[in-house]
Design a protein around this ligand. Structure first.
Ligand code: VAH
Length: 309
């Protein structure tokens, strides 16, 4: 069986679909803090990743061969509730790593983020290894989490694998608490209002990835032979970088009357300014054949087509 913890989230929702397709819905156990909006076609458990007793009972019940831990507090919400974000992101991870070792789980997936980079990290083509001084609780919790994943791999032989996702763009779930989520909201409002007021400045360039590519890349990493993987903290990964202005221009190719304006002074601007503008993901390409298939134009078209329905 495969267990997904945090299956209601932006990544969890889509990973659940992909893993059910691959392994059969009866073999994929989804779990989250509350039931999903659409009832799960397979087994579902109410879980709090900080409740180790409840978590252990789920491991006992399903004896998982793989565990995907997607439950986390993202960057913007994390700055409003720093201690809760640290507690959930780190102690949730440690609970899962401990139980994965105890129950001899063969593979664990845990998402990191380009938020592990900070103001002194190289801004363009940020490499796999460099100075990392994240100044958000989300970012520092992901940086510490990466170190814990590497520690459990080296000390206990746990096959835990991780990806530093850039901003993820998708249409299946409502955006939740991130800094890059302007790039999701913009589509909803372009269609519903014909305009959008962006909380990041026009020239804020950030690395992004379309969810379809993120999911395929995650499955690719999880299927790679363990001896191909030389990074056990977390792999840099990206699709393409763009600014709000560039994104708006591409949307205008489909909705010529679309108007984008800007609201400055939002706390998320400082978060975005601390992150890279573009990412070097050559290690993922070399070790496990990573290659994105969507570019900006293809992503914009797919988002608008799906949101229109
Ligand atoms: C956030 N979407 O904005 C997440 C992600 C790189 C950004 O980690 O917090």
């Amino acid at each position: 069986r495969i267990i997904i913890i945090g299956s209601n989230g932006q990544i969890g929702t889509e990973l659940a679909t992909a893993l059910r397709l691959k392994y059969g819905q009866e073999h994929v156990v989804t779990s989250d803090i509350k039931p999903p909006a659409i009832p799960s076609p397979g087994p579902f458990e109410i879980i709090n990743v900080l409740d180790k007793t409840l978590l252990k009972a789920m491991f006992e019940k399903y004896q998982p061969t793989q565990v995907y831990l997607l439950a986390a507090v993202l960057s913007a919400v994390g700055e409003q509730h720093p201690k809760m974000a640290w507690d959930l992101n780190i102690n949730g991870l440690l609970n899962v790593l401990d139980l994965a070792v105890a129950f001899n789980v063969s593979k664990v997936f845990w998402p990191s983020s380009i938020a592990v980079f900070g103001p002194h990290s190289p801004k363009e083509n940020t490499p796999q290894y460099c100075i990392m001084d994240p100044n958000t609780v989300y970012g520092l919790s992901k940086q510490a989490g990466e170190r814990w994943c590497e520690y459990y791999h080296n000390k206990y032989g746990l096959d835990v694998r991780s990806i530093r996702y850039p901003g993820l763009i998708s249409w299946k779930t409502a955006p939740g608490g991130g800094t890059t989520d302007y790039a999701i909201h913009i589509f909803h409002e372009a269609l519903s209002k014909g305009s959008y007021t962006c909380f990041l400045s026009a020239d804020t360039k950030l690395p992004m990835l379309y969810m379809e590519d993120a999911i395929q890349g995650t499955l690719q990493l999880m299927e790679a032979p363990a001896d191909h993987l030389h990074i056990r903290s977390s792999y840099n990964l990206t699709g393409f970088s763009f600014t709000p202005a560039t994104l708006a221009a591409e949307i205008k190719n489909h909705i010529p009357t679309f108007v984008l304006d800007y609201l400055d002074g939002d706390p998320r601007q400082a978060i975005a300014d601390s992150w890279p503008s573009s990412i070097d993901d050559q290690d993922a390409r070399k070790d496990w054949g990573w290659k994105p298939s969507y570019d900006l134009a293809h992503m914009v078209q797919d988002m608008l087509t799906n949101l229109k329905q």
